[in-house]
Design a protein around this ligand. Structure first.
Ligand code: 2NL
Length: 346
């Protein structure tokens, strides 16, 4: 009986050691200590033991029971501790970061420009990218012999409905707006435009334009200058100077090209002798940012306005050009490649 008990104890302790989890430990407990367990069964046979040996055997059975129970409890405590450790959160670990997007620099520039004009009471108007020759050219006083009407200078679409094309500027949207609305109004029109230029660092067959149009009674060139000055100062800084150079557009008369003082060198390096030339303005001190003028009376006639009653001014700028100047970008193609290493810088 003694040997049998010793053997049973060794087996039980061995099973406790190799038990991998709580469930298998409980199985071991039931197998040896349960109501029908092996040790309990042995205890029931104590009657077969000679009376003189009973106390010793009884003690031994209790000892074995206690040893096995202690081993089970000990193992249960340490494995429960281990399980709790797995669940513990280490708050010193770096957090799980995620990639967030950013506004495209062209969208951001359109928003910045729009904000300046919205604060002056302008409305934003948009229109179709596919246009008719009428709205893209005729309504805007662009004659048939104008070079931009050449099939190689505009994207024409083959359509049974007549001559459709990708708009080469956003002006057709203003022409459509004028037909449907009466002065006075002030609108800006942002959007994509298309010209089949060969692609290089400063040319793209698709780019973005923002045009503006103000029409009413007694709108003057002074209004044009005032509005553009406020816009230029808001976008490029309060100390920005502006200058107008005479120019020509078929849809405005008179017309002008508008420069702002270089916001990097303020024109100073152009004057200073022997210094490295400013990389943004090339030492000229001025940057061309837009074209503008008083709306040609022929355009008003084309949309049904009386040029004796209303006057207006209009302007147009290339968004990519403004963004390149503002952010020091030297290649227009970067805007359209959408490399996240470029986009994440804005
Ligand atoms: C430029 C110059 C300009 C306009 C656009 C316009 C539109 C209508 C009537 C009269 Cl409906 N004018 N637009 C006027 C002057 C200049 O754009 O360099 N754009 C990038």
């Amino acid at each position: 009986m003694k040997d049998q008990l010793k053997k049973l104890e060794q087996e039980a302790l061995g099973e406790v050691r190799s038990a991998a989890d709580r469930d298998s430990l409980e199985t071991v407990r039931t197998k040896y200590l349960g109501r029908k367990g092996l040790l309990t069964e042995i205890f029931k046979k104590i009657g077969e033991v000679p009376v003189a040996e009973r106390p010793e055997i009884g003690n031994l059975i209790n000892q074995v029971k206690n040893n096995v129970a202690a081993a089970l409890d000990e193992k249960l405590r340490s494995s429960a501790g281990a399980e709790r450790k797995v669940e513990k959160i280490d708050i010193t670990l770096p957090g799980v970061s995620f990639k967030h997007g950013s506004t495209h620099p062209i969208t951001r520039t359109i928003e910045d420009i729009s904000e300046a004009f919205l604060s002056l009471g302008f409305r934003v108007v948009e229109g179709p990218e596919i246009e008719t020759e009428h709205y893209n050219f005729e309504a805007l006083n662009i004659p048939l012999e104008h070079p931009s009407r050449d099939a190689f200078d505009t994207f024409y679409l083959h359509s049974p409905a007549g001559s459709h094309l990708l708009r080469s500027h956003t002006s057709p949207v203003q022409a459509r707006f004028m037909e449907k609305n009466s002065p006075p109004f002030a609108i800006i029109v942002p959007g994509r435009v298309f010209r089949p230029d060969a692609t290089d660092a400063t040319h793209s067959f698709m780019f973005h334009q923002i045009e503006g149009l103000v029409v009413g009674e007694r709108i003057t060139f002074a209004d044009l200058k005032g509005v553009l000055a406020i816009f230029a100062r808001q976008l490029f800084g309060e100390d920005t100077q502006m200058r107008f150079r005479p120019s020509f557009f078929p849809f405005t008369e008179p017309s002008a090209e508008v420069d702002i003082s270089c916001f990097i060198c303020k024109g100073e390096k152009a004057k200073a002798q022997g210094q490295k030339r400013c990389s943004v303005c090339g030492g000229r001190g001025w940057l061309e940012i837009l074209g503008a003028g008083m709306v040609n009376p022929k355009v008003f006639k084309n949309v049904g306005y009386d040029p004796e009653k209303v006057t207006g001014f209009a302007f147009g700028m290339g968004v990519e050009r403004i963004a390149m100047l503002k952010y020091g970008i030297n290649d227009i193609r970067l805007f359209f490649e959408n490399d996240v290493r470029f986009l994440h810088q804005f």
